[in-house]
Design a protein around this ligand. Structure first.
Ligand code: SF4
Length: 364
């Protein structure tokens, strides 16, 4: 059965694969740096979005060496808008490790790849099979869905035992093929194009005669998942602190600590609503005092932005503000500076802060 699945996937892959800039060479013989960058960018991100980022990245950082020697702020700026910024920081750090510990060569074993920041089981498998043609499995969410249907796995997909079973089945399939890269990529592509989360297109599927879930008519019930949790909602206020009068020449931005959400990016000082505070503005004033050591006077609202992160939704209200006591210091932030609306684009900023900047420009 594994050999049959592998052969059908390979044939389907040869005629159905979508063209993308990092797929110019056959699966199994691709440039390892291009595979690595594209796989990291594509995590949690649509491929249509990744293409432009990838093209810009390869022009600016065409090799591991060029990436390793880049400034982190430049790396984050190029990643701006793609989200999950730890991916960019890890890619940068991993490139530096490849230069110092591996003589500039991306390692060719799963064990060594897993030692690099930001490379997990999936990315390691993708690099090994798509670049080096090695029979190593690579399971993303799409491929897991296909396998759980092919073998009609009725245990919850989040369980470690199910995860192990999926990887084991996938390993047997790639090991049954002389083109493991095409098998891995075929599984993922099939999951994206045909074996969709809802209403899979089984009539067009090259694996329909081997698919147990389809034979039993339960494909829409696989994979089995735990009931979803409600996404938490957080209220946040941000201060657009002007030097001198509101709308004056310069405004204050702060650099977020390296570790944590949006680390290394620049944003308007902000604070999430705290139950202990009487309202959102009190939370903002407290956060600015803790992070920068200044007391602010909050003025009119600039805008309100809704934004969804992976694990929570955020409503962000931005307000004009000014300092009434104290000199800014980097107490709870990595750095701070005064900048202007003209110069602010030089800094890597999260998407919600970009929207605040857009609103400020509209109001000028
Ligand atoms: S037959 Fe249907 S459920 Fe089975 S792998 Fe193909 S698309 Fe998915």
């Amino acid at each position: 059965m594994h050999k049959q699945i592998a052969e059908r996937l390979t044939a389907w892959h040869a005629k159905s694969l979508r063209e993308l800039p990092w797929r110019r060479n056959p699966a199994g013989a691709r440039d390892v740096y291009a595979v690595w960058v594209s796989e990291v960018m594509a995590q949690q991100t649509r491929l249509s979005v990744v293409v432009d980022y990838f093209n810009r990245w390869i022009v600016r950082f065409p090799t591991v060496e060029r990436l390793a020697s880049a400034d982190q702020q430049e790396v984050l700026k190029l990643w701006e808008g793609l989200g999950y910024y730890s991916r960019a920081r890890n890619l940068h750090r991993a490139a530096q490790i490849v230069m110092t510990e591996f003589g500039g060569q991306v390692p060719r074993t799963r064990h060594e790849l897993l030692m690099l920041p930001g490379i997990g089981e999936y990315t390691a498998g993708a690099i090994l099979s798509l670049s080096f043609g090695l029979p190593e499995p690579a399971l993303d969410g799409n491929a897991k869905r296909v396998i759980s249907r092919l073998w009609d796995i009725d245990e919850r997909i989040e369980l470690p035992a199910t995860e192990r079973q999926l990887w084991s089945l996938s390993r047997k399939t790639v090991e049954a093929s002389s083109q493991p890269g095409a098998v891995n990529e075929g599984l993922m592509e099939l999951g994206a194009l045909l074996c969709r989360r809802r209403n899979p297109l089984c009539v067009e599927c090259p694996l329909r005669s081997c698919c147990l879930a389809r034979k039993r008519g339960v494909q829409n019930e696989r994979p089995v998942r735990s009931p979803g949790k409600r996404t938490p909602h957080v209220e946040v206020a941000a201060a657009v602190i002007w030097e001198g009068v509101r709308g004056g020449s310069r405004l204050l931005i702060s650099k977020r600590p390296e570790k944590g959400l949006l680390g290394g990016l620049w944003s308007f000082p902000n604070g999430a609503r705290d139950e202990a505070d009487k309202d959102l503005l009190t939370s903002l004033e407290r956060a600015v005092r803790q992070e920068l050591g200044v007391a602010i006077t909050v003025g009119e609202q600039v805008t309100t932005i809704e934004h969804a992160f992976t694990h929570f939704r955020m409503t962000l209200a931005a307000f004009h503000a000014r300092i009434h006591t104290g000199m800014p210091q980097a107490l709870g932030v990595a750095d701070w500076c005064w900048t202007t609306l003209e110069m602010i684009d030089r800094f890597p900023c999260p998407v919600p802060d970009r929207k605040i900047i857009g609103a400020l420009r509209d109001q000028k």
